[in-house]
Write a protein that binds this ligand. Structure first.
Ligand code: GBH
Length: 463
């Protein structure tokens, strides 16, 4: 095991998102988001689950900060519910002081406990008002202005204390799951809308960053960027066709956002397949888009083996599997079908991002839901061996990337602080390092808490 250490300013903690933990959908003037509407529509989520109560964290936020403190973190990543701050969402709609006050109190409590807040402005819960008014992310002229206005309000009200901003969480999910496969809100299907939505998400991000840099950065001294998601894509074997397929798979999942933002253009592989369904940036827009992130925010959970073929344009006409050519599985199976533990892929991904985009990397999510944890008795739940194995391996892969490969990794946020509402999968998968009893809201730390805490105590340099 490597004896080298992460630098003493290394950022680590846990991540959450507003709709997944808060509950209290009607409290203090909040109006619905598209996730309230979607999860209340029959057939959209497992068991008909919704975020009405979740982990009750709108009320129990102090308890959450106390847990973070107990867990030894130096940072916490969470998101704002836009419709608590501007209930209808738009630039001419009323601002809700009660909503603003809630996040102000949370931020102050974090800071006074020595925990650095990392705020995500948009983790998928668009105000329903904007979806109804003009189609939400589909309407470029409107959504870019409304998003920038919302961002400006947040910089103004919180920027004295918040120095780390994330514009969007995983625009791929908003685009593809929200507007192509339809498994996430607002539940649209098709092969055209998601390219428009992705394009508009990039623009909204870029104009919010421009505003921050023009009007706030000098006085507030913070940083701002976007978080993208990728399962590392490893060719199934070394045949040239599969090697090429893996790169195309990465382009369709990550490059469609990362290349415009960090390099200033869409990948050729996408242009050649999607043709004129892919919107173009104007010259003026490109100036704003290119270089519009101070860092590379990364959410990653697993690795996929990639084969050429298949007719899914959304995934770049490649096929995915966890089964190696010799018939073995890639790693330990999680409760969700899309996740197996494979830490070497994490190390490869960190190297790929550094080599391709040359930006400091903030890992903003990484975590593991233990198989069948929702039906195990609590004494077994807390003994979360597969999660411990996962964190141990992924953290050591991160350390190797940072120390042996020289990749500038700046943060690690484990997903998640608490078991929570796992979107279309409802409450069944449990990603938390803290067990939540949804009947009583009692929190119980799982053993992984101590393992992660000890790991960081031992692997961050003391000065
Ligand atoms: C993250 O998404 C989210 O940011 C977070 O809110 C979530 O709770 C966490 O991961 C755990 O899932 O692609 O149709 O097979 C990670 C990306 C998107 C991967 C949804 C799994 C499953 C649906 N995830 N995807 S599908």
């Amino acid at each position: 095991m490597s004896t080298q250490k992460l630098p003493n300013d290394f950022v680590w903690g846990y991540a959450t998102a507003s709709y997944q933990i808060e509950g209290s959908p009607d409290a203090d003037g909040r109006l619905p988001s598209i996730w309230d509407t979607f999860s209340h529509t029959a057939g959209t989520t497992k068991g008909g689950d919704n975020g009405d109560v979740a982990t009750d964290s709108y009320k129990r936020w102090k308890e959450n900060v106390a847990l973070l403190k107990q867990y030894g973190v130096n940072a916490y990543r969470f998101s704002f519910s836009w419709s608590r701050i501007i209930p209808l969402g738009g630039r001419n709609d009323p601002v809700n002081e009660a909503g603003i006050k809630h996040y102000r109190a949370l931020i102050e409590e974090l800071v006074s406990n020595g925990i650095t807040p990392f705020v995500t402005l948009y983790h998928w819960d668009l105000p329903q008002g904007l979806q109804d008014r003009y189609g939400g992310w589909l309407n470029k002229e409107e959504i870019v202005q409304d998003y920038v206005h919302y961002a400006k309000l947040c910089f103004t009200r919180y920027g004295d204390l918040v120095k780390n901003w994330i514009t969007h969480n995983e625009p791929w999910c908003v685009s593809v799951l929200g507007h192509a496969t339809g498994v996430f809100a607002p539940g649209h299907k098709g092969n055209k809308e998601h390219w428009i939505v992705g394009h508009n998400l990039i623009l909204a991000h870029a104009y919010a960053v421009k505003l921050y840099r023009d009007e706030f950065k000098a006085s507030q001294g913070g940083r701002i960027g976007i978080t993208l998601d990728l399962h590392w894509q490893e060719p199934w074997d070394d045949s040239p066709a599969n090697v090429k397929a893996a790169q195309r798979g990465i382009d369709f999942k990550l490059g469609r956002f990362a290349d415009p933002i960090y390099k200033g253009y869409y990948p050729e592989t996408i242009k050649s397949i999607v043709g004129d369904r892919l919107p173009e940036f104007t010259k003026e827009e490109l100036v704003v888009v290119k270089g519009s992130s101070d860092f590379f925010g990364l959410n990653t959970y697993t690795t996929q083996l990639v084969k050429e073929g298949g007719d899914s344009e959304i995934q770049g006409n490649v096929k995915y599997t966890f089964t190696r050519p010799d018939g073995t599985q890639l790693g330990t199976q999680a409760h969700v079908p899309w996740l197996q533990t494979y830490a070497p892929g994490f190390r490869s991904l960190l190297n790929y991002l550094w080599k391709t985009y040359n930006m400091p990397i903030y890992v903003t999510e990484n975590g593991f839901p233990v198989k069948d944890e929702h039906i195990l008795p609590l004494e077994q739940v807390v003994h979360d061996t597969d999660r411990i194995e996962y964190y141990d391996r992924y953290l050591n892969a991160l350390l190797q990337a940072a120390t042996e490969d020289g990749v500038p990794v700046k943060s690690y946020f484990a997903w998640s602080l608490l078991d929570n509402f796992e979107w279309a999968d409802g409450y069944e998968p449990r990603f938390g390092v803290t067990h939540v009893d949804y009947k009583t809201q009692k929190r119980t730390p799982k053993e992984s808490v101590e393992v992660v805490k000890r790991w960081f105590t031992e692997h961050i340099a003391s000065s």
